[in-house]
Design a protein around this ligand. Structure first.
Ligand SMILES: [Zn+2]
Length: 334
């Protein structure tokens, strides 16, 4: 400052790396709120690949009501417009650099929104797609064809899995991780064995799991390294005219089959909150009733969290998972 006259630096002269660092602290709503239009320097910073590795829309929910007819959900037009606008800006700024895409459990994406996004995220490796009532077979298949590098998929269970698994097996050569949020029966497990025999990580947590399906998974996925069946409702179908029964403990034959896995995560405990919820919801969790973000938790990731933050007894007892090491021995993993 000289003679009371201040000569300041202009915003556009700010170092791009510093701008990117600042923008990294913004969430997606802030990042797409118009800051890219301030000046060319800010737009360049807004397009930096560092900001776009992950497009996390897990804070965005649709404004919707449930309806009795297909697709069993009605999304209001304004909610759709907001999502379309956000996707357009994000796709423009990200310039094809997104590798992880996360949708909220109650963000009901349309076919058009999904395929528009898929065509502009050719490097996608991880997709979290829990709400897909409005997505048709043609929409999801078209998207999968655009995602040649897809490695990991999280989604609800599906009644007719072959077309999706076949599309993944034909197009995604590096696919290795599947997390299903829904029932796993014999048909589903056989479909996995047919189309995705090289799967390495499978999570079926908080779902209805048929014992015969579990056996198929263990026998027919030779490359499987990690299996998470925590808080599942394990069902055994007895020979006719016998009824279905809920299994309360994993038997030795399953333990032996699972002994080849690097990690086998289980929890079947009447005092576990998550086990109780799976039981009450009859193996199809109504996630909207529970804590925000719980649907995307996973024991495997939480375990890494435990390792990162050292020993936390309270969190561990909440999760109350059992990890079965390759020896097939039961016990808590500390
Ligand atoms: Zn449990």
């Amino acid at each position: 400052m000289e003679d009371g006259y201040y000569i300041g630096r202009r915003w556009e002269d700010l170092d791009t790396d510093i701008l990117v660092k600042i923008f990294q602290s913004f969430d997606i709503l802030e990042l797409t709120s118009g800051i890219a239009h301030v000046c060319s320097a800010w737009r360049m910073a807004c397009c930096d690949p560092l900001l776009w590795k992950t497009l996390d829309l897990s804070m965005m929910k649709s404004n919707f009501i449930k309806i009795p007819l297909e697709p069993y959900v009605y999304v209001d037009g304004r909610s759709d417009k907001i999502l379309t606008r956000l996707l357009k800006i994000s796709m423009s700024l990200s310039r094809g650099n997104i590798t992880t895409l996360i949708f909220h459990f109650n963000l009901f994406v349309s076919d058009e929104q999904l395929t528009y996004t898929a065509e502009r995220c050719p490097q996608l490796r991880r997709l979290v797609l829990p709400a897909w009532n409005r997505i048709k077979k043609t929409g999801i298949c078209k998207a999968i064809r655009a995602w040649k590098d897809l490695e990991s998929l999280t989604m609800p269970g599906i009644a007719n899995p072959p077309y999706l698994m076949e599309e993944i097996s034909k197009n995604c050569k590096n696919f290795r991780e599947l997390k299903i949020m829904g029932p796993c029966d014999k048909f589903f497990a056989s479909t996995l064995a047919t189309f995705l025999p090289t799967l390495k990580v499978l999570s079926l947590r908080c779902s209805m799991l048929y014992k015969e399906a579990l056996i198929i998974v263990l026998d027919s996925l030779p490359h499987l390294e990690v299996l998470n069946i925590s808080h599942c409702l394990l069902i055994e179908v007895l020979p006719p005219p016998g009824p279905k029964k809920v299994v309360s403990e994993i038997d030795q034959s399953i333990i032996e089959k699972a002994s080849r896995l690097r990690e086998f995560l289980t929890c079947m405990n009447d005092s576990c909150t998550m086990c109780q919820r799976t039981k009450i919801d009859e193996g199809l969790m109504r996630w909207y009733r529970y804590e925000e973000g719980l649907w995307k938790a996973d024991e495997k990731q939480n375990k890494m969290l435990l390792n990162k933050y050292k020993w936390q007894p309270s969190l561990w007892s909440y999760l109350c998972c059992k990890r079965h090491p390759p020896t097939g021995r039961f016990g808590f993993d500390t």
